[in-house]
Design a binder for this molecule. Structure first.
Ligand code: SF4
Length: 395
């Protein structure tokens, strides 16, 4: 075992990536990075992490920040409940102090075994082993394990517990995950440069590509959704997804599979289709059609914003794409067409608070985090609707 540990740690010390959260053992930075890294890649997380740490450099900054601002800096990373729980947990920690052990970490909202063990070992040097998809893959190949699913996770955890380097648990955990990310890659393991090749059973047998054994694929569910962008004058109507709906707490134009619901919410029956795209959420493949509606009055079921302000709200990815399609169709640019003196009339109650919060945060909030996704995969219909042809505000 010692030879195996020495080989991997020597390789890690020489080859590890220079990642911002590795530059210190700051508990807060490690916690944020490990929360963001769940079910996504380092490359995807890097820009979000940098912007997050610029906006909320300390635990106290995060704990004090309003929920809307925190969600905006997460928007686009997906798994939004994770962001809400991180914020909730930060408030608890700011109040009660840092957890001392992995077990304590799991008592915080949204912190599971993986995050607890990762933060406790990397930032607090606790001797607990971490298992993620990378470690599972290395384990399956190194031992020729036929396990899949939960059984694979259990076996990998037992193996990782046994292999754990007692003096350098944090580095060891990161070394195993780094090996899986850089060398023992999912499709093409780079065995010739692998530091632990001489300990690997599948490499010896030439069966690396057979492991891990494939899990049965979940059935893909096809869905069709309509997004309607209600426009009244220079204001657009959005709603916040309520509890129990996808993207809970985030903003979006009305989105339903059922047109009757859309008609009731937007007070309009004449959608003009402007584009369509596909979006995947876990095992759901959604065909999204985006239309503009121009009702005669502003529905009270919606919150009304000037068009450029929509970019300052926390929008999930498909709503950002709808927003971009709308901008093209309406020929609205990033330059605010409204909000010059009439913003108080436009924005009332809760919306006014959101605008005020945005003004206070001006600077960091205006970063490209809100720029939306490229439209390459979207289908923009010809004959864009000119702004002048849209309905006039009547109330
Ligand atoms: S030798 Fe190949 S299959 Fe085995 S752990 Fe290294 S990269 Fe993975």
């Amino acid at each position: 075992m010692r030879d195996f540990q020495l080989a991997l740690l020597t390789w890690y010390d020489a080859q590890k990536r220079d990642l911002p959260w590795r530059r210190s053992h700051d508990i807060y930075a490690v916690w944020v990075s490990e929360t963001m890294l769940q079910q996504t890649t380092v490359a995807a997380v890097l820009p979000y992490f940098e912007r997050w740490m610029a906006a909320f450099p300390t635990l106290q900054d995060l704990a004090r920040a309003p929920r809307g601002k925190v969600e905006r800096f997460w928007a686009g990373l997906g798994y939004y409940s994770r962001c809400r729980r991180l914020h909730e947990a930060a408030r608890q920690v700011a109040d009660q102090g840092w957890p001392r052990t992995s077990q304590d970490w799991t008592r915080l909202p949204g912190v599971g075994c993986y995050t607890a063990n990762a933060v406790a070992s990397i930032a607090q040097n606790e001797t607990v082993a971490v298992v993620d998809g990378n470690v599972e893959r290395v384990f399956a190949r190194a031992t020729c394990s036929d396990a899949t699913g939960a059984a694979l996770r259990r076996q990998a955890q037992a193996w990782a517990d046994q292999c754990l380097h007692r003096e350098r648990p944090g580095d060891w955990n990161q070394a195993l995950m780094e090996l899986g990310a850089l060398v023992c890659r999912p499709r093409d393991p780079n065995c010739p440069v692998c530091p632990v090749a001489s300990f690997c059973q599948s490499q010896e047998a030439g069966t690396q590509s057979c492991y891990p054994r494939p899990s049965p694929k979940p059935k893909v569910v096809e869905l069709e959704h309509e997004i309607w962008i209600p426009v009244v004058g220079e204001a657009v109507g959005l709603r916040q997804s309520p509890e129990g709906e996808w993207w809970q707490g985030l903003w979006g134009f009305p989105r339903f599979a059922d047109k009757t619901q859309l008609e009731q919410i937007t007070l309009s029956r004449e959608p003009r289709l402007i584009g369509s795209f596909r979006h995947t959420v876990t095992c759901h493949r959604i065909s999204v059609r985006v239309s503009i509606v121009t009702p005669p009055t502003r529905s009270k079921a919606l919150n009304w914003f000037a068009w450029p302000e929509v970019g300052q709200l926390a929008l999930p990815a498909p709503q950002k794409r709808a927003w971009n399609l709308g901008r093209i169709a309406l020929s609205w640019t990033d330059e605010p067409p409204g909000l010059k003196g009439e913003e108080d009339e436009l924005v009332a109650g809760e919306q006014r608070k959101a605008v005020e919060a945005k003004r206070q945060d001006k600077g960091q909030d205006a970063q490209s985090i809100f720029a939306g996704e490229p439209l390459a995969a979207s289908k923009v219909l010809p004959s864009p609707v000119a702004l002048g042809s849209l309905g006039k505000e009547t109330n």
